[in-house]
Design a protein around this ligand. Sequence first.
Ligand SMILES: [Zn+2]
Length: 88
Amino acid sequence: MKRPHLPMVELPHLRCPGCGKHLGPVKARNIPLAEKFEDCLRRCERCRIGATNAKNPAKVRFIQGVKPPEAPKPEPAPETPPQTPPQP
Ligand SMILES: [Zn+2]
């Protein structure tokens, strides 16, 4: 039995909302439902932002992936207890 021919679906290009880079267009036969960054076919690796796999750009949502750990934040200044003036 022959498999039905699946047409290629082309997801139009989008622009990364983070850096403006062009994402896609992407051609695929099997478009998964994107619920997380890793599922997105159009991704910006730099911003870790993925566009969901909707063909209609109006229906695309952007998913923020987990960012790789960056340089550690400077530690907040330790809270100093209120200074009591020296008693005479
Ligand atoms: Zn980007």
